[in-house]
Design a protein around this ligand. Structure first.
Ligand code: SF4
Length: 346
């Protein structure tokens, strides 16, 4: 039996070690790795069957007070035209998403001070009162009291990526960020009963495979319910503009190993994976992802939410984006599921 088969046998006995993960992350031949992808897809299907949960994303403001080195929305990028949707406009767009039968809305923005707790809470209450939907927020770091107020107003889930669990690397990428504070926020969210989403970028400058192994165990330690994995993609108006690692295969391997370790978490086939490889999202679904998130932001704003260069789907309409998403799911041999898509805890 070769080493990969031996490791998979250990996985089936629920024995997971850093050494085995490290070995697998260093496998260079895609064919050699194929049995691991087949295994991780099987694990995913043992929990979620062939269902792929669809979540509609609404990017409601591209204004941000931070300066993360990798992000096109960073405050220091003065070449980007900024926008901020009004609560009424956001509500109208959420209605459209609901009318499509989608039962999860993801409200995403930069860290925009304008959206105070009062403004957000009143919007959440209005959405909850009018639509039968799960609400996911992706609006960055806030205080415990703020997360509490938003939870009480109706938010069900929160996405806050750690980006890397390596404190030194985190510091190098976030000139105005604090690793311990980010971790604290994740703990607040968990304590408050949110479904907790976090994630990392793969291929960051200075990131090693050992660091990725630590990230995978970090997700377990923090109690993540959703884990978003994307390859690092550069943006021309950021300090990392010339760094172009394009680590698609490595990203896919990380995704598969997360699925092996955490069989019942929700894992999206991210837009970044579809950007780096035209079949990226189909491949992610075949490696253990079970969520897909079509961009349902108004067409006028989409090109302005530039996290990285050449982001796909920015010139589509919402209707196109949804039908394209459904096609991707079908191509992967899976079934579109518009329901809430809560984590099925095992
Ligand atoms: S990653 Fe988030 S917090 Fe950082 S600059 Fe971009 S939008 Fe702002």
């Amino acid at each position: 039996m070769n080493m990969i088969q031996e490791i998979l046998k250990r996985f089936s006995r629920k024995v997971f070690t850093g050494e085995d993960f490290l070995f697998l992350l260093n496998v260079e031949d895609e064919q050699d790795f194929q049995p691991v992808f087949e295994y991780s897809e099987k694990i995913c299907e043992s929990v979620y069957g062939r269902d792929v949960f669809v979540r509609g994303i609404l990017e409601f403001s591209n204004i941000c007070t931070r300066n993360c080195f990798y992000c096109g929305l960073r405050k220091g990028n003065d070449r980007l035209k900024r926008y901020r949707m009004k609560p009424d406009e956001i509500f109208k767009e959420v209605r459209k998403v609901s009318e499509k039968g989608i039962r999860t809305i993801v409200l995403q923005s930069g860290e925009d001070d304008h959206f105070t707790d009062e403004i957000m809470a009143s919007l959440l209450e209005r959405i909850k009162k009018n639509f039968n939907m799960a609400i996911t927020l992706s609006i960055g770091e806030r205080s415990y009291e703020s997360y509490k107020q938003l939870k009480e107003a109706g938010a069900d889930r929160f996405l806050l990526r750690i980006e890397t669990s390596d404190e030194k690397l985190f510091k190098r990428l976030h000139p105005d960020g604090n690793f311990q504070q980010r971790k604290k926020c994740l703990h607040f969210l968990k304590e408050l009963g949110y479904e907790l989403g976090t994630g990392i970028m793969v291929g960051l400058p200075g990131q090693s495979c050992s660091s990725l192994v630590k990230d995978i165990f970090f997700f377990k330690e923090v109690g993540a319910d959703m884990i978003g994995i994307g390859p690092f993609l550069s943006h021309q108006d950021t300090p990392l503009r010339n760094f172009r690692p394009r680590k698609f295969f490595l990203t896919l391997k990380v995704l598969a190993l997360i699925r092996c370790l955490l069989p019942d978490v929700n894992i999206p086939a991210t837009t970044a994976m579809g950007t780096i490889d035209p079949q990226g999202r189909q491949k992610a679904l075949a490696a253990g992802a079970n969520v897909i998130m079509p961009n349902l932001s108004p067409a006028v704003y989409r090109p302005l939410y530039q996290l990285y260069d050449n982001k796909i789907c920015v010139y589509e309409t919402s209707a196109n984006c949804l039908s394209c998403t459904e096609e991707i799911v079908r191509q992967a041999g899976k079934t579109v599921c518009l329901g809430r898509g809560d984590r099925i805890k095992q």
